[in-house]
Every structure is written in C-alpha cells, then in structure tokens.
Design a protein around this ligand. Structure first.
Ligand code: FAD
Length: 424
C-alpha cells in the first residue's frame, strides 16, 4: 500500500490519496442515495451487438449464473414511483403509438424515465464531440436493466478470452504522435509531473484511464468475491493484493480516475441549466447538490485537464481526434466481452468515462467559467450539454459510484491488511 500522504498523481492531478479519501467519505452516502433513485438505476443497453473487431461467435460464453444480466421483463417490477416519474409517464403516454416496434414493457419504461423527451439527436460521427457511441439507447434491440439488481462483482470470467479483451484495449494506447514537447515542457514547469518518460501527457492520461478502470474492476471482483466454502460474498484480500494492492501505479490510477470524474461533474454543474432531458429540473438539482458538496470539500483544481491538447496546432487537433477515436474503439471492444454482466458494467463505465472526457475537453476550464473569461461562441454548449442523453448521465453518475466504491474498498482492504500483519 502507498503512504496516504503521498501524491497520487501527477499527469494533471496533484492531490494526495488522503485528500481524495476524505472527499469520498463525505460524498459516499449522497452518491449511494443518488444511484438508488429510479432515474439513475435504470439503464438501457444493447447486449446483442456483434463484436466489431474479431469473430467471437464460436467463443465459449460465460454460462455461470454470475455472468447473467437480469433484464426487466415485467412492468410490475416497478412500483412506488416518485412523483416526478409518474408525472412524466402521464404526460408522455400519448407518444406511445410511434414506437410500435418496441415491446410493451420497454415502451412503458421509455415513458417512465422520459426517453421520448430527448429533443435532439446528434448523429454526425466525423465532427462529433462524442468519445463514444451515445445512440445505443435508441437501438431497437436495447433492453432495460435495473443496475441495483445486477451488481458488479466476481463472475469467474477469465482466461484467454478476457485476456484478449484487455490486450486489445491496451493496444489502443498506440498513438501516432509520441511526444508532445510543448506540453511536456509546460507540465514540467508547473510541477504536475514527477515521472518523465518518452510518452506525451495525452497518451499517459489515456493509459491511466484504462488502467484505472481495469484496477477498479479488479477491486470490485476482489471485494465481492464468492467464497464457495462459506457460500458468501466477501472481500478477498489475497486476490486484491495480487491484482491491485501490490501495484502502486494501479492504485494511483484508480484515484486518478476519481479526480477526472469529479472535475467533469463540477463542469457539468456549471451548465446544468442547458440540460435538455426530461425531469431536467430535478436532475439539475441533484447534480448541483453533488457538485456543491464536492466544491465545498475539494479544490476545483483536482484535475488539470487544460494541460492536454494545449497547442493551437494541426498536430494537437489531430491528437485529440485520435484520442477520441481510440477511446471510441475501447467502448466498442466491450461488445466482444463474453460475460454479459461484465459487458454491461464495461459498457456503462466506458460510456461514463467517455461522457466525462467530453465534459472535460469540450467545455471551457472551470477557472475561465468562474471568471467569465471565455468566448461563448467558441463552445457549442447546446451541442455538448443540450444533447447529453439520459444514458450518458446515468453512466456518468454510476461510473462515479463505481470509482467511489473502489476507493472505499481500498481503504477497507488497507484495514484488513494491517490487522493481518499485526497478528503475524
Ligand atoms: P487480467 O485482469 O485479465 O489482466 C491481464 C493482464 O493485464 C495482467 O496479467 C497484467 O499484466 C495486466 N494488468 C492487470 N491489471 C492491470 C492494470 N490495472 N493496469 C495495467 N495493467 C494491468 N471479472 C469478474 O469477475 N467480474 C467482473 O465484473 C468483470 N468485468 C470485466 C469487464 C471487462 C470489460 C473485462 C475485459 C473483464 C472483466 N472481468 C470481470 C474479468 C477480469 O477483468 C479479469 O480479466 C479476470 O479476472 C482474469 O484476470 P487475470 O488475473 O488473468 O488478469
């Protein structure tokens, strides 16, 4: 385990582990409450998409019960709706006819959570601000899942198949432009990087996001590990140490992702009145509440995204496009995952990070927003915020919960580890 007061991070973030632990303890109860709300617990997903990169038709699928996704097939599962969702349902009922191709339950849920209120669609890929495909929720093959009924935990998925997925994901980290000397120089001057190697800042950030996601998944599967002897789900310290605890860089990448998500939510809150979704007032209030808690308890400089894609040059624009399309590939690799439950959480979290990246890199910096020091014509706020889909918001908040749960679990593992070592 790393020392709690050591700096996590560099590469654009200069907090300590302990400062993020403190923020997390404060925010955790509110976040748990948020993801249990109807708006954030139903996710619409297409689990039937073909793997676009290789033929996995004949691969053995994980048949364990732990790999299954329990989809919503019965509308009676939804009871005790909060007032605003009931209201939404009533006001949208008249639109039901236009969706004859969907089954009745999906139509009901579309109304329930306000799918039809999406007023605009943004389909152009080439000039898209998106870091992933955000249109999956409109697919006719998409189904609704209740995320609370399908926890991310040990599934037993592994071996050459999952190895192939992780290898392909890390291979996306090969960029054409290896070194961005301008960025390197600036970041060094600002003392945000302690590790100097031959990779540019953008490439390192890309790697850390993937590695942080990988380590976070490993933390969850170790924290909720099925012990066949006790027939119980319980933390498995040995597994955690082998996958994450003995690797300071993996631990630090989890915290790095935490800072990245927090900063994106702070930015979102500045423009939440541009949200163009159903119940936007209710959701706006919830996002602003979480942002207030974060602002009051952390520095807005938790993550310095403004250090990336700095140069006003063709190379920098190209690098950003490359970053986007490579991240998009990663989200599509998720369709190759042979365990449905893992695929589901993989898709949610890559969509969550994709949404965070869009907010971080396509909006002005927080300092500029606060000081009104930006030209509104340079940013298409309506395209970035107004076009955010419900699924993107649900993914962003649930990804925040996943990384926040990982931080909490790491601290539990630290306690178990220290207890075990005291006894020896
Ligand atoms: P893997 O985790 O498969 O790692 C492969 C190699 O990558 C390692 O040997 C190591 O060299 C390197 N590596 C490992 N971690 C990192 C890191 N953080 N940063 C950089 N490099 C690293 N299993 C479950 O039980 N539950 C789940 O919910 C689940 N979700 C998954 C979601 C996805 C998208 C994928 C691809 C897999 C998922 N799995 C899940 C499987 C799990 O991630 C492992 O692949 C599996 O447990 C086998 O682990 P392993 O020890 O072979 O190493």
């Amino acid at each position: 385990f790393c020392s709690l007061d050591s700096k996590i991070i560099d590469d654009g973030c200069d907090l300590t582990f302990d400062s993020i632990n403190q923020i997390n303890s404060l925010i955790r109860p509110y976040l748990i409450d948020l993801i249990e709300q109807d708006y954030f617990k139903y996710f619409k997903i297409d689990l039937s998409k073909n793997c676009p990169f290789w033929d996995n038709e004949n691969d053995k699928k994980c048949a364990s019960q732990n790999c299954v996704v329990d989809i919503i097939e019965d509308i009676n599962e939804i009871s005790n709706l909060p007032f605003y969702l009931k209201n939404e349902l009533i006001t949208n009922l008249s639109k039901l006819d236009s969706k004859n191709n969907l089954n009745q339950e999906d139509q009901f849920l579309d109304k329930l959570i306000g799918e039809d209120c999406q007023k605009k669609k943004y389909d152009s890929y080439l000039f898209s601000k998106d870091y992933c495909d955000t249109n999956e929720e409109s697919s006719l093959n998409s189904v609704y899942v209740n995320l609370q009924d399908n926890p991310e935990r040990f599934s037993g998925y592994g071996g050459p198949q999952s190895n192939q997925i992780w290898t392909s994901i890390y291979l996306e980290n090969c960029f054409t432009k290896e070194v961005s000397s301008e960025n390197e120089h600036l970041a060094n001057n600002l003392n945000f990087m302690s590790r100097i190697d031959d990779q540019c800042l953008e490439k390192r950030v890309f790697y850390r996001i993937i590695s942080g996601l990988h380590a976070s998944i490993a933390t969850h599967l170790s924290n909720e590990y099925y012990n066949p002897l006790a027939q119980n789900w319980e933390p498995n310290l040995q597994l955690f140490m082998q996958r994450v605890g003995y690797f300071p860089d993996r631990l630090s990448n989890i915290y790095f992702n935490y800072a990245l998500i927090v900063k994106s939510i702070l930015k979102l809150s500045k423009f939440s009145d541009h949200l163009n979704i159903c119940n936007s007032k209710v959701i706006q209030d919830k996002i602003n509440k979480i942002a207030d808690l974060l602002t009051n308890n952390s520095s807005i400089d938790i993550f310095h995204e403004q250090l990336l894609f700095l140069e006003d040059s063709y190379e920098s624009i190209y690098l950003k496009q490359e970053f986007k399309s490579k991240f998009r590939n990663i989200t599509e690799i998720m369709d190759c995952v042979g365990c449905e439950r893992c695929k589901m959480w993989g898709k949610i979290q890559t969509l969550g990070y994709g949404t965070a990246l869009k907010l971080l890199f396509e909006l002005p910096s927080l300092n500029d927003i606060d000081n009104n020091n930006y030209n509104i014509d340079d940013y298409d706020i309506d395209e970035i915020i107004g076009n955010l889909k419900r699924n993107e918001l649900v993914a962003l908040i649930n990804t925040f919960d996943r990384i926040s749960k990982s931080v909490q679990s790491i601290n539990n593992f630290r306690i178990i580890y220290e207890l075990e070592h005291q006894q020896q």
